[in-house]
Design a protein around this ligand. Structure first.
Ligand code: NI
Length: 171
């Protein structure tokens, strides 16, 4: 089932999400709904707070349209190691539609998480995957990619989003 995606600014996008204690069927269903919502958007990552659920859960698939789907479901994801090397990627966000900006982040990260079967996992990510997983984990800490931008640029984007939300509310 597809879920509506919150649009910035929204207080729920600024909150810290709570760790998941027990993997219930309900949470597994939620992760499937999030993947469906992400693929439909279409996007390459989605965090639970973006659909108003304040749990530490993200989904991502950065394989690209040419490759077979490679969905990842991560409960309680955590960056445990970051490279000194940085990478700059143009980022966007399903909660900030049609806005893009360069963000510099560690080029490689090692991430630990719990998968949908409740098993602990650990893996290194680079390239687009590294950018995406860091962007999604930021969502769990109430941080958006525009928070890395200069205040003026951030305010400009926020005003555009306020206007978009007014238009959507009228429609
Ligand atoms: Ni995002």
């Amino acid at each position: 089932m597809k879920r509506p995606i919150l649009i910035h600014p929204d207080p729920r996008l600024k909150k810290v999400a709570a760790p998941v204690a027990d993997l219930s069927d309900e949470l597994r269903k939620l992760s499937r709904d999030m993947l469906e919502t992400m693929y439909d958007a279409p996007g390459i990552g989605l965090a639970a707070p973006q659909i108003g659920v304040m749990d530490r859960l993200i989904v991502l698939d950065c394989a690209g349209e040419e490759a077979p789907p490679a969905p990842l479901v991560m409960f309680n994801p955590e960056v445990i190691l970051s490279s000194d090397d940085k990478n700059t990627h143009e980022e966007g966000c399903l909660s900030i539609p049609d806005q893009f900006a360069d963000v510099t982040r560690p080029a490689e990260v090692r991430v630990a998480w719990v998968d949908a079967n409740g098993n602990p996992q650990e893996k290194e990510f680079d390239g687009l995957w590294a950018t995406c997983v860091q962007h999604e984990i930021d969502h769990l800490n109430g941080k958006l990619f525009i928070d890395y931008l200069k205040p003026l640029k951030r305010q400009m984007i926020t005003r555009k989003m306020q206007k978009l939300k007014r238009e959507l509310a009228r429609a």
